[in-house]
Design a protein around this ligand. Structure first.
Ligand code: CS2
Ligand code: MG
Length: 401
């Protein structure tokens, strides 16, 4: 089953996406997501210039060999651009294999380990009232888990907080600059969670994303101060380049930790998993080398009692979401899946079979991944330059966004 064609499709139905479509000599096609928010064209060029030419003529069924060929064959291993490109090929080949076998991809991964994939939604508000009413909205829809992000008095804008619309941080071509104040944040957040628990009781799973903004000792203080509210996880408490930093957080708090949306290989996750410094590993299909490599990461995590919590922001396309759901439903150590519904334009460009029902997402039973790209419609949404914001402290010092 030789590959005869591979197309890289860049489109912007509300936001930018990069998609790879691979076609075999039998006319079977598969899709893979290659979107790297704010750096989309780097991955598109990597695919067009360096990957597509070597795909033609290769056997689409040898998924593991293809992965090794693209990973080892580049010599320059890892990194988000390379790994997103490898992921797109890998995902498309699993899609093709599922179609040829006539089964949904999760069957090829060992079959169903659960009925549905528990997801968490994003609630936010700049005031306590706005936040509580957003959380009620998710509870009414049947969500069992909600990520809680709050405005901070004295700060004009805060990561993850929007009023009445989906949060979309990549906007202007030149990064927007926001102001950050750690003291105000650390002082305010425990009060927010006290209000939320008082309103919703112990049953609802609550999460919070720090978005890489604290030092280890600040994160330790935050984790400790949130213990009475029993969070399911505290996400990205510190930038994870210095993984030893998590030892310090762990010494001080039992608040569970989740990390990994910016990781792209098992090597980024290794120390955190094997030292049991985190509870959830949040790598996902598109940035962590595809279904093949993500499965490898989750298998390592399973040995160490670490569960999955795949990143599922709207800057990952429905192709990535579909692929993540097949993995989620199959692995033994699934934890939670992030779910931010895409815009109507995005959903129209990427028709898909997965569906939300009562707090769960279901990958569907369509052979392959159950998702496609409408290339004609995609062509009516040309790429628009958009960057993620940067963050500065009140004195102007550049900080992690
Ligand atoms: C995030 C993202 O979903 C999350 O948990 O931290 O919103 C992240 O900021 C974006 O995916 C960046 O592209
Ligand atoms: Mg996050």
């Amino acid at each position: 089953m030789r590959i005869t064609e591979a197309r890289v499709i860049v489109c912007s139905p509300g936001r930018n996406f990069v998609t790879l479509k691979i076609v075999t000599e039998d006319g079977v096609s598969g899709v893979g997501d290659a979107t790297l928010n704010g750096r989309e064209l780097a991955v598109a060029a990597y695919l067009r210039e360096h990957v597509v030419p070597v795909l033609i003529g290769r056997d689409a069924r040898n998924i593991e060999d293809m992965w090794q060929y693209l990973y080892k064959g580049a010599y320059w291993r890892r990194g988000p651009v390379t790994m997103s490109a490898v992921a797109a090929v890998d995902t498309a080949l699993w899609d093709i294999l599922g179609k040829v076998a006539g089964v949904p991809v999760y069957r090829l991964l060992g079959g169903r380990s659960r009925e549905g994939v528990t997801v968490y939604g994003h609630a936010s508000g700049s005031t306590s009232d706005a936040l509580l009413s957003e959380i009620s909205h998710y509870v009414r829809l049947g969500y069992r888990a909600v990520r809680v992000q709050s405005g901070v008095p004295g700060l004009p804008s805060v990561y993850g907080v929007s009023e009445g619309r989906a949060y979309e941080p990549a906007s202007a071509a030149v990064p927007v600059e926001s102001v950050w104040d750690t003291d105000r944040y650390l002082d305010h957040l425990p009060r927010v969670f006290a209000d939320v628990r008082a309103e919703f009781g112990p049953g609802l799973k609550l999460l919070h994303d720090v978005h890489h903004r604290l030092t280890p000792i600040e994160a330790a203080r935050l984790g400790k101060s949130l213990e009475p509210y029993a969070l399911t996880w505290l996400e990205d408490p510190v930038p994870a380049e210095l993984q030893e930093g998590f030892r310090l957080i762990r010494q001080h708090t039992t608040t569970p930790l989740a990390v990994g949306e910016v990781f792209n290989s098992i090597w980024d996750c290794r120390q955190l998993i094997t030292e049991q410094l985190v509870d959830y590993i949040r790598a996902t299909v598109v940035h962590a080398g595809g279904i093949t490599h993500l499965r490898r990461i989750f298998d390592l995590a399973a040995i160490y009692h670490v569960r999955s919590g795949s990143h599922g922001a709207t800057d990952l396309s429905p192709v990535c979401m579909a692929a993540a759901l097949h993995v989620d439903v199959a692995i033994p150590n699934f934890g939670l899946q992030e779910y931010m519904p895409h815009s109507a334009e995005t959903d129209a460009v990427f028709p898909h079979g997965y569906r939300f029902e009562g707090g769960y997402l279901h990958p569907g039973e369509v052979p392959g991944l159950g998702v496609d790209i409408d290339e004609e419609l995609a062509g009516s949404y040309p790429y628009r330059a958009a960057s993620l914001p940067v963050s500065r402290l009140t004195d102007g010092t550049l900080h992690s966004w």
